[in-house]
Write a protein that binds this ligand. Structure first.
Ligand code: SAM
Length: 176
């Protein structure tokens, strides 16, 4: 069976944004989402986008003033992201999101892993490792946003946003 990277490289990447309804629509959707939840830079201003894809979250976060580090396995999707990022502060990293610690400058204000990326991880242990690492990487009062589909519910129509769960967590641990 093909792995995640092969799946995007060989099949999905050229069509991903189109399948989702187009980049502009998704940028606007996420811009509104972040605005309505008061997500703006107030600490270091560094945001990490795990499984950034073609930039549906990275672009609006950068436009909101964050310095974004966008990590993804897909070279083609990161190339597409960069095509939208002229003048914006977005560093793209082609690597597994599980290695994000190797690419961050220090503690960070915001980590997002949205658009059903977390369900691409292979095991629950990998999810646990990611959450532990994310907790350690966040500044005090930094935030983690996870967005993923509730696969316990039957998909009722073609809307891929149907059944999306968004979890917000704030890091309040004094000792790390
Ligand atoms: C469903 S897309 C979501 C992309 C984007 N966040 C969005 O909302 O459109 C999942 C993305 O995660 C990436 N991905 C999956 N597993 C990954 C991993 N272990 N490390 C880095 N990227 C990964 C895929 O290449 C793909 O771009």
């Amino acid at each position: 069976m093909a792995g995640v990277k092969e799946h995007y490289d060989n099949l999905l990447a050229p069509y991903y944004s189109w399948i989702c309804g187009g980049s502009e629509l998704k940028f606007e959707e996420n811009r509104k989402f972040f605005q309505s939840h008061g997500i703006r830079p107030i600490l270091s201003g560094v945001a990490l986008d795990l499984g950034a894809g073609s930039g549906f979250q990275s672009i609006p976060l950068s436009q909101a003033g964050f310095k974004v580090i966008a990590i993804d396995l897909s070279h083609d999707l990161l190339t597409e992201l960069k095509s939208h990022a002229a003048g914006l502060s977005i560093a793209t990293i082609e690597d597994s999101l599980l290695n994000f610690n190797e690419h961050i400058p220090g503690n960070i204000e915001l980590i997002v892993c949205m658009g059903d990326t977390i369900t691409h991880l292979q095991t629950l242990e990998e999810v646990q490792i990611l959450l532990d690492d994310a907790c350690r990487a966040l500044e005090d009062n930094g935030r983690l946003i996870l967005g993923f589909r509730d696969l316990t519910l039957e998909l009722k129509n073609l809307d891929i946003n149907n059944g999306m769960i968004t979890i917000f967590a704030r890091n309040r641990s004094a000792a790390k």
